[in-house]
Design a protein around this ligand. Sequence first.
Ligand SMILES: *Cc1c(COP(=O)(O)O)cnc(C)c1O
Length: 494
Amino acid sequence: MNIPLWKNNQTLVAERKPVSVLLGPGVQAQAAYRQAMQAAVDIVIENSCIEKVHGGADVEALRDMLSSMDVFPEMGTGVSKALVDIGVPAVRHALDVGNANTMAHLHCPVALPALAAEVLISATNQSLDSWDQSPFATLVEERVLAWLTAFAGLPETASGSFTSGGSQSNMTALYLASEQHSQAARRKGVIFTSAQAHFSIRKSAAVLGFSSEAVVTVATDQEGRMSASALRQAIDHAEAQGLFPLAVVATAGTTDLGAIDPLNEIADLTLSRGLWLHVDAAYGGGLLFSRHRHLLLGIERADSIALDFHKMLFQPISCGALLLRDGVRFAPLAMKADYLNPEVSVFGNVPNYVESSLQTTRRSDALKVLMTLRSIGRDGLDALICKTLENAVAAAASVQSRDYLQLAQQPSLSTVLFRYVSKQGPKRSDDITLAVRAELFRSGTAALATTVHEGRVHFKLTLLNPNSTPDVIDRVLDAVATMARELENEDVRP
Ligand SMILES: *Cc1c(COP(=O)(O)O)cnc(C)c1O
């Protein structure tokens, strides 16, 4: 192996120009900062696609464009040119999350106050791993978490930590749950979750050293909710086998169906059997911020809760939080590092968030949540969330009114699952569905997802954008029909 050597390493220092590329004091740096930021905003505004959900170029064209670019040129191009070279295609060929026809994934349009906050977050570049790296941001996180834990109904002992999202929240929760027990118990430990639970539960368990059998799948009812009686039987069965039931992961808003597990019934069981209850509310946790928060009743009994702000709550990625009913249970993460959180406190009564996170260096994502909640207020956020739920109900009705489409079930949250029905049978329906999804995306008409439900390929709409109104959805369903009819007579191979 040979790494390429630096060319001109003698001359480079001598020729270095005092360009303003670092934000700091001084009129020149500030003017350059303003100019760069304004140029970036202009590029976003001028290059967002309006008609299509993305720029329309295919993978090879985009890859060619990028491979012809010198990543690290001898002489820098300056930020204005780099913004044109990289910024323009980055926006033009982005998936447009603000487009009402973007309805594939749990991937939301972003709120303006949060975008303004992102400017502050990145410019101040605070890091939450120690108070002296984020004197105000640490306290913002403390304030938002104190408010959030109470808002979720947790007791005063509760505490939390912002995370990169649901996957990290879930992994942290399972780690902390397992750390409550001895190594001998953990070796026989079992985690119960439903068949509809997010795959990050299995992944976390694997990373944490659990065998694949250690995650027991509990049956769900017709609507995709975990069956509490099946859970009881599964716990009994594990105990009878000499295993050690350790935790239950309930999902509040499954990724496909939006199903909310019966939280109170599950909490009754975990409480009486001494199991840790983790509620994965990465998706449905958004309901807390709306008039529909009663649908989450029982969540306040959880030992830990995963909440994502970058799904139903319009925050730019990344933004999640893990809440713990009893903050002292973060203790296994509180490893001491002399340079960050020494045994002897230097700064007095300040939080040490490095002691409640898997991350060390960490962004101040709480700031954008605070900015959004304060700007939009309860009324505003409730209206936005309710609109997405109403759009889902309208979409389901529109699906039901079309005889070539079959609704999987009434929506629980903002996802709608339905199937295209081909006269040529179920296999043909599956193939056409996948082909329609690909073609709608390729042409930039709409971004729809597909998933497998009860063994068959279904379309999935994830309606996180309040602007995906019934008329928009009708047009998308019309496009599905037109494309599917054309494909009926072709040899479709997705
Ligand atoms: C999206 C999702 C996750 C994963 O969260 P990320 O923020 O993508 O890491 C976990 N659980 C559920 C139920 C989800 O919908």
